[in-house]
Design a protein around this ligand. Sequence first.
Ligand code: ADP
Length: 382
Amino acid sequence: MIVLSLNAGSSSLKYKRIDTRDHTVLDVGAIERIGAPGAPATHDEAFALIPELDHVDAAGHRVVHGGSEFSASVLIDDAVEARIEALIPLAPLHNPVNLAVIRAGRRRLPHVPHVAVFDTAFHTGVSAAAYTYGLPFELADRWKIRRYGFHGTSHRYVASRFPGRRKLITLHLGNGCSAAAILDGHSVDTTMGMTPLEGLMMGTRPGDLDPGVLLRLMDWEGFDTAALDRILNRESGLLGLSGLSNDMRELEAQAAAGHPRAELAISVFCHRIRRAIGSLYAVLNGADVLAFTGGIGENSPEIRSRVCLEMDALGIVLDADANAGVRGREARISPPGAPTEVWVMPTNEELLVALDAARVAHHKVSGQVRDNPSERSPAGGR
Ligand code: ADP
């Protein structure tokens, strides 16, 4: 099957055309600056610019928030569209854009199946103990406030590369960062929460933060929601701490040259990851595999070695020579026989979106979609 794998950002539309039989990428591209002068005005116009639309058998749409309802990828119909729309309050920046591309796709490619693949879906099986915040129950219930987790497609792809290994800790370290604990192929806990702000420190987001800090800032600085949103989503993390950049390459270079705040940003970044590994290790009662992925995880021997330093009590040890040589390719970086294998595993979310779309579309063609429980989306808070 030829599947168009789609990933929409607020002003961009990335696509890959993939032959799912042999995983060949036939075409890859991005339409950028949507809404800017001289560029397509809308995501619908951008969609029309994707080449070879006539040669597509199915489309897979990455959707950021599926709430607690969507525990697997689903065939998109009007009802699914309406449910994605109803989830906009939980992801006000992302779901409207995802929805715009879904609508464009269904309008411009009406005869091919469209499939939604949710960032949250992989985590819908975590226990109530792991997903519940300690807030007044009725208040949380009214607003669907709970931990959902994100980067599910990436964590699931990486997990799929370790068949037969029971306990995995996966670290997705890109601009956004999250870690997940995976048991027998299922996510049992993850560091992101109701929104992608919780957990690890990231390029421009602080990660875990005492909520009391926000209360004090509202008093001291008179910040409103928009100001807090800007600080938490765009001005914090590696960028805010270093005052230089959210690009880890730049920070590594500056830290090596003696820039104290670049060094501080990197040390906080790594410390938070180490704490997350410890807590997920406790949740799993061990780890067979620790896997690094995402732009930083795949490409930075320096960060990997700082994260894994003095973790031998958890069975985590690096082979320094193996680690130093690995950039952007799959490799084991722990010595043979170490209790926890440490790996670099490049993620491939577009491929997983395409494979899911092909699978769901195939079920639709053979009329099985309603009969296969794994394709159903149970309602309610699992
Ligand atoms: P996104 O989350 O936007 O998909 P990526 O997964 O591409 O982002 O990760 C981007 C991050 O990866 C940036 O901080 C970038 O500096 C970092 N990165 C990429 N290559 C390297 C490298 N060789 N060394 C260190 N960091 C790197």
